[in-house]
Design a binder for this molecule. Structure first.
Ligand code: SF4
Length: 146
């Protein structure tokens, strides 16, 4: 007995490896396309082992519907020891992390934690509500959302 999907090859999702092989084969048909592919691979290699890290459970806003303040669940106390934050970032870097998504509640409240992260994790994006100035020496990209 065959499964229904077996009859319709076009409906099957190709594996990542198969897609990559097809992309390489296509890129090799054109020198500029191949250079673009190599550039993309270099950039992708810089983003190995991404992690998502909440730097704080505090926020300077109090948006209706924010899940941090929903229900009866108490907001967790933040770690205040910057050395412990540094140890966490160092450990992540030793595990191979070169890119992090920094969230919180509001990570821009703690630029010193972002600086501590930058000492070990070179690339990242922080998700901020956009109401706080982020010092220029913080090397990460910024995503504004609430
Ligand atoms: S800005 Fe984001 S984290 Fe802060 S209260 Fe609003 S939804 Fe929550």
């Amino acid at each position: 007995m065959t499964r229904d999907n077996d009859k319709h090859e076009w409906m099957q999702t190709p594996s990542t490896t198969a897609l990559l092989r097809r992309a390489v084969a296509l890129a090799k048909t054109d020198a500029s396309l191949f250079e673009a592919y190599r550039r993309m691979r270099r950039n992708a290699n810089a983003l190995t082992r991404p992690v998502s890290l909440d730097l704080t459970s505090r926020c300077n806003l109090y948006c209706e519907g924010c899940y941090y303040y929903e229900g009866d669940t108490p907001v967790l106390a933040d770690e205040v020891d910057i050395d412990k934050w540094s140890a966490l970032f160092r450990r992540k870097a030793e595990e191979g992390t070169r890119f992090a998504y920094f969230g919180g509640a509001e990570p821009a409240l703690y630029p010193e934690r972002l600086r501590a992260a930058a000492a070990f994790i070179p690339y990242g994006t922080l998700a901020t509500n956009g109401t706080l100035k982020i010092p220029h020496d913080i090397p990460y990209r910024i995503t504004v959302s609430v």
